[in-house]
Design a protein around this ligand. Structure first.
Ligand code: AOF
Ligand code: ZN
Length: 342
């Protein structure tokens, strides 16, 4: 591996990042084509269902004859399957590129190593694993979705300095400060879905939308075995696509899908159904019982916990978890800790 491999792969990672808001549950992928130390084409996967990074980069190359002497840097193994677009490995083979440098192998069972194999069989030199951990970190939602067959799960809660998530009467307003709450709106806009349980709907009546940030609303997911379906809860207002797992009814109403399940506590079953619906990531916003369940089942990937300076003295205890601390941030007095579960 050469020093310049890192430089071009770093550029490919930056390009990939431009797709963050629009490719899920596909991966973010970037591609840089280099001829004699000059970048002659760049591209990235721009939106779900759209062209992949490699054809976008190839399109930028004005003199296609140069491809025969070029190195293609791509953050993810070129695909080998006929999906929404033809296989990217075939495209690179057709152009007889000299060399392909790859960040990470694709975990999609349709690809998983086949892209690399096709390239090598065509006589193209292939190098893998360049900045692999950065690629896997950038696409941790995608890799979890493919390898664990479930959405990437982020837990979020705010607790007091003495470890309570709510008062004894379940009132949890407002533990964290307005800056932290705005950050949560940004986070909502970055995930495919947001999930809460029945108690949160009843006690907090949240809207679960993105108001204090500019971005898309995630799909709302509610786990409520039963509920007064005619009560004007915000989550039942049809303003945003909403999926309600319950034990009483199936059906479609404006923007709202009711899915009857045997047991709302069977979280693995619910996650499987969400994966089938192409939900790549979920922010779990409570309440405490639901957070406890995800932790007890070890079904979480990341936890973002605010600790405020105020104390309640008594109340509902915040969950506890053990993970690797990834970041500690001061949000205007609130202490934000981000954990990874590995
Ligand atoms: C690549 N380059 O830029 C991306 C790849 O549904 P499709 O046809 O868009 O295929 C999606 C799958 O293709 C996705 O799950 C992943 O395995 C791969 N993504 N591959 O060569 C790209 N975005
Ligand atoms: Zn592809």
């Amino acid at each position: 591996m050469m020093e310049k491999d890192f430089v071009y792969m770093q550029r490919a990672l930056e390009l990939a990042e431009l797709g963050r808001a629009s490719v899920s549950p596909n991966p973010m992928v970037g591609c840089v084509i280099v001829h004699e130390d000059q970048v002659i084409g760049e591209g990235f996967h721009e939106y779900y269902g759209g062209p992949h990074a490699e054809p976008n980069a190839v399109l930028q190359v004005s003199n296609a004859a140069l491809l025969k002497e070029s190195t293609v840097y791509v953050t993810l193994e070129p695909c080998a399957h006929w999906g929404k677009t033809p296989p990217c490995a075939n495209l690179l083979i057709q152009h007889q590129v000299k060399k392909v440098v790859i960040g990470a192998v694709d975990s999609n069972p349709l690809v998983g190593g086949k892209g690399i194999q096709l390239l090598r069989e065509a006589g193209i030199e292939v190098i893998t694993g360049v900045l692999e951990s950065k690629v896997r970190e950038q696409n941790r939602r995608f890799f979890t979705y493919m390898e664990k067959k479930r959405p990437y799960i982020l837990l979020k809660w705010a607790e007091t300095a003495d470890g309570f998530i709510a008062r004894t009467n379940y009132d949890s307003k407002w533990i964290s400060n307005p800056y932290s709450r705005q950050l949560v709106h940004q986070w909502r806009s970055e995930e495919d879905a947001i999930l809460v349980g029945k108690n949160t709907v009843i006690f907090d009546n949240p809207s679960l939308n993105v108001r204090d940030w500019v971005g898309k609303n995630p799909t709302r997911i509610i786990l409520a075995s039963s509920l007064d379906w005619n009560h004007p809860y915000h989550v039942l207002d049809g303003s945003i696509p909403t999926i309600i797992f319950n034990q009483e009814k199936n059906g479609e109403e404006a923007n709202t899908t009711f899915i009857k399940v045997k047991d709302c506590k069977d979280i693995s079953d619910i996650l499987r159904r969400l994966q089938e619906k192409k939900i790549g990531s979920i922010l779990i916003e409570g309440g405490s019982q639901l957070l406890h369940s995800f932790i007890a089942l070890d079904l979480w990937d990341e936890a973002r916990i605010f600790q405020s300076t105020q104390t309640f003295g008594d109340g509902i205890h915040a969950p506890k978890l053990s993970g690797t601390i990834a970041q500690k941030i001061d949000v205007m007095g609130d202490k934000l800790s981000i954990y990874y579960n590995h």
